[in-house]
Design a protein around this ligand. Structure first.
Ligand code: ACO
Length: 323
């Protein structure tokens, strides 16, 4: 037997308002045809009045706790990944704690942009296996619409808002066939800041800033880094690519997903794709896609699932788990 962090339940939340490419093209110089051809995105959800990163995070967490059959007072760790917190401080995780009525626990945010959920999951997994906590709520939640430059058509069409959450619990499981997180790998290379960033912040401009991106450069790095980290995480667990039941990638662009799957000779039918409906929701995209595939019955208990993401920094990572 071995101690592993097992996903007990998943949940997600989206803002009320869905914006199609055609609707966006009424205010941005773009077209449905351009966006679909270059990215695979057909629509995105945009937060409206009263909807924030933490309102979405709370709703996603409620669904995850319900699916897990876990009461809020059983949670003793909250790790929330976001680049768009409600406030500069306190951590959004503490706002979620208060809203859910979770008593004294450990609660903090993790910032790794689009890789944030992989970072949060890995930190929580290590804390659970190290004995710092028993039951964790791991959340990815974003309102990127609030840091987009709506005059920049090369970026504003790519992103959407949303949240996803999982309940993780430390459990003794069978070392061979047991459920839980089997291996994780994280990376960062801060030399690439200029290719994808936000041009403001409390300590520099004193403003929130807007997303800036050199899309083609990001695309090239994403395909190489994601294929490498997938190989790395599979090798560390001694699992062959052909044994994977499902790949749940960060949903940035359908072409990145296709190119990465091709590089690893993965069956495209095993790649969960939600970018068409949600666009790129940054740290929320992996747990949102995971929740979709769990709830529609594709991902089942015992399946071998690999999660991967890359984002600003650059940061990137992957986790292999038996669901
Ligand atoms: N609608 C219409 N035309 C547009 C739009 C738009 N929304 N945006 C750009 N264009 C135009 C450009 O102005 C340019 O016109 P020009 O040739 O007259 O100068 C033309 O389209 C081509 O622009 P490119 O930037 O070269 O287009 P490209 O084929 O590279 O596609 C894209 C751009 C979709 C951003 C692509 O580079 C990409 O997907 N990169 C990955 C970036 C990404 O997904 N980042 C997310 C965060 S990081 C991550 O999550 C991995």
């Amino acid at each position: 037997m071995t101690l592993r962090s097992v996903i007990m339940g998943t949940g997600s939340a989206l803002p009320r308002r869905c914006v199609s490419n055609d609707e966006l093209a009424q205010t941005v110089d773009t077209s449905d045809a351009w966006i679909v051809e270059r990215t695979g995105i057909r629509q995105r959800y945009i937060a409206g009045e009263g909807e924030t990163t933490t309102t979405l995070a709370v709703e996603a967490s409620r669904h995850a706790l319900e699916a897990a059959g876990v009461a809020p007072d059983e949670v003793d760790l909250i790790v929330l990944a976001t680049a768009t917190p409600d406030q500069t401080f306190p951590a959004s995780a503490t706002i979620v704690q208060a809203q859910l009525g979770i008593p004294d626990c450990v609660a903090f945010d993790v910032g790794a942009v689009c890789s944030g959920f992989l970072y949060a999951l890995t930190v929580a997994d290590n804390m659970l296996r190290g004995g710092a906590a028993r039951t964790a709520l791991v959340i990815g939640a974003e309102t990127f619409s609030r840091i987009l430059d709506w005059e920049d058509r090369a970026t504003c069409v790519l992103f959407g808002d949303g949240a996803g959450a999982v309940v993780l619990r430390a459990q003794e499981t069978d070392a061979q066939a047991g459920r839980g997180i089997l291996a994780s790998k994280l990376h960062a290379d801060g030399r690439y800041n200029a290719l994808l960033n936000v041009d403001g912040g409390p300590s520099t401009t004193g403003t929130v800033g807007k997303v800036r991106m050199k899309g083609q450069d990001v695309f090239r790095h994403a395909v190489v880094n994601l294929a490498e980290v997938l190989r790395e995480v599979l090798a560390s667990a001694g699992v062959a690519a052909g044994e994977i039941d499902w790949v749940v990638p960060h949903q940035a662009n359908a072409r990145i997903l296709d190119a990465t799957a091709r590089k690893l000779k993965l069956d495209p039918a095993k790649v969960v794709m939600t970018v068409d409906r949600h666009a790129n929701t940054s740290a929320a995209s992996v747990p949102l896609a995971l929740d979709v595939a769990v709830r529609d019955g594709r991902i089942r208990k015992g399946d071998l699932v690999v999660l991967e993401a890359m984002g600003g920094g650059f940061t990137w990572g992957a986790s292999l788990l038996r669901y």
